[in-house]
Design a protein around this ligand. Structure first.
Ligand code: TGC
Ligand code: FAD
Length: 394
């Protein structure tokens, strides 16, 4: 029996899908694992990872055309899992690039915008970020204050975006703003006058990832900066579906790394003359971890097959993001206890994953938001805001 893929999920994959997983795993083993503790400690992620991930075809992997590989949703998910087995920050880099910034252009842009930006982004030569969240509007992006007004043929943007992954290393930002016609998306090149980005410091989570504040101060953009094919909040939320789907898989990668580390440790660490893995309490911890890892991976694959068939619903992604991140975090915390004092150092990956998963639980919709999204789906009542019952049923 395989102590990690215990229920043989691998048997449900095609040869091509297995090859994707193996290729990404080997990249992570040679490039990420030897360095990531240092990146985490220093609070950085080398920009060169962009072209490297691009060469592997991992940026905009599930998009078709414009230099993108057009891989299946399952192949993309497996890549996310393997990247996040390295570090959530590395998976985030690929998610933000492919599922948020590139996907926004792919879904809402015109042909000229796609030709201009997507091939270079797929190669990792240009880095994108996705600015939806604001200091006062995280879970409720509908209230955003960033505005875009027409001035002759131009657009002028004002506002602040907060917690933006890759913001200060990005060549372009996708910025969502209120206009007279509702929320619209804009492509903001980093050298646009009135645009600036600065790093957010002192994070204790997702340290191997750049997180930034974007400021738009009278930022003047030409008419062609507007993404013409996405109107309303539904446009950015459709991008989030893509990234949330990647997290469903990715979180199982972090969980697998924690479980594998704890299992190895339990087999070799001796206390009271026996390996700690010989004690019933340790075995119960490991088995509970394996149960949730197996279920979560199967859930990811089930959703991936649905996505490839074209019948995956956003609320199903919410259910899986809610479950898999919650369980990955529980697995990381349990694994940390098995490692004892070694569990609190960067010599082992566990506390790094554990701290990272605190961000993953919050970004791309908090666990509470995903609970409410599923709650709305099954009851017909939106409980996001305290509205009277009569007006919250659909
Ligand atoms: P609501 O009235 O429900 O919806 C507004 C319009 O959007 C449509 N819609 C969706 N469309 C596509 N996909 C979805 N998942 C959608 N959810 C809703 C909806 O049909 C409607 O369309 P229309 O045509 O009728 O106007 O909107 P609401 O204001 O009540 O908000 C709903 C809520 C709370 C679920 C939503 O605001 C939400 O998901 N909030 C969480 C915000 C969030 O997740 N932010 C993430 C920022 S990006 C990020 O964190 C990147 S992390 C880095 C990384 O990924 O690694
Ligand atoms: P808030 O919305 O203020 O929520 C605080 C708490 O209140 C949460 O527990 C929340 O669930 C709860 N809450 C809020 N409303 C309700 C309600 N109606 N009912 C019950 N509970 C409620 N954003 C981007 O746009 N782009 C990015 O690239 C990006 N990268 C990020 C990277 C990192 C490392 C982090 C930490 C965040 C990133 N984010 C990004 C922002 C992220 O999406 C937001 O942090 C998230 O949506 C939550 O918003 P908030 O932090 O403002 O929390």
């Amino acid at each position: 029996m395989d102590a990690v893929d215990f229920i043989n999920v691998g048997a449900l994959l095609s040869d091509e899908e297995r090859l994707v997983a193996k290729t990404v795993r080997s990249y992570v083993a040679s490039r990420v694992l030897p360095n990531v503790a240092e990146w985490f400690e220093e609070g950085t992620l080398p920009r060169e990872l962009g072209p490297e991930l691009g060469r592997l075809g991992l940026l905009g992997m599930h998009l078709d055309g414009y230099g993108c590989p057009g891989a299946s949703a399952v192949a993309y998910g497996l890549a996310c899992l393997e990247l996040e087995a390295g570090d959530s920050g590395v998976r985030s880099f690929a998610s933000v690039q492919g599922s948020l910034a590139m996907y926004a252009i792919y879904r809402c842009g015109d042909d000229e915008q796609k030709r201009r930006w997507l091939p270079a982004m797929a190669r990792g030569e240009l880095i994108g970020c996705f600015g939806l969240t604001e200091p006062d509007f995280g879970s409720n992006p509908a209230g955003m204050r960033t505005s875009a007004r027409r001035d002759g043929p131009d657009w002028v943007l004002d506002g602040t975006k907060m917690w933006i992954t890759n913001g200060s290393i990005a060549d372009l930002a996708i910025v969502w703003a209120q206009t007279q016609e509702g929320i619209r998306g804009f492509i903001v090149p980093r050298d646009a006058k009135g645009f600036s980005a600065s790093n957010i410091h002192r994070k204790l989570s997702l340290r191997a990832s750049i997180t930034s504040e974007l400021v738009l101060d009278d930022c003047r953009l030409p008419a062609q900066a507007l993404l013409p094919n996405g109107e309303g909040l539904g446009a950015p939320l459709a991008c989030l579906n893509e990234a949330r789907y990647g997290i469903v898989w990715g979180s199982m990668g972090a969980a697998r790394s924690c479980y594998e580390t704890a299992l190895e440790y339990a087999k070799t660490r001796v206390q009271f003359d026996n390996p700690i893995g010989a004690y019933q309490i340790t075995q119960a911890k490991l088995v509970n971890m394996l149960v949730e890892l197996s279920k979560g991976t199967l859930l990811a694959l089930h959703l991936g097959r649905a996505k490839d068939r074209g019948d995956l619903r956003p609320a199903q992604v919410s259910l899986a993001k809610l479950n898999n991140v919650r369980e990955a975090l529980a697995i990381a915390r349990e694994a940390r206890t098995i490692l004892g004092a070694n569990g609190v150092t960067l010599e082992y990956p566990v506390i790094r994953h554990m701290n990272n998963l605190e961000s993953v639980l919050t970004y791309e919709g908090t666990s509470e938001m995903h609970t409410l999204i599923v709650g709305k789906e099954i009851t017909g009542h939106a409980a996001f805001a305290p509205t009277p019952l009569s007006s919250s049923s659909s």
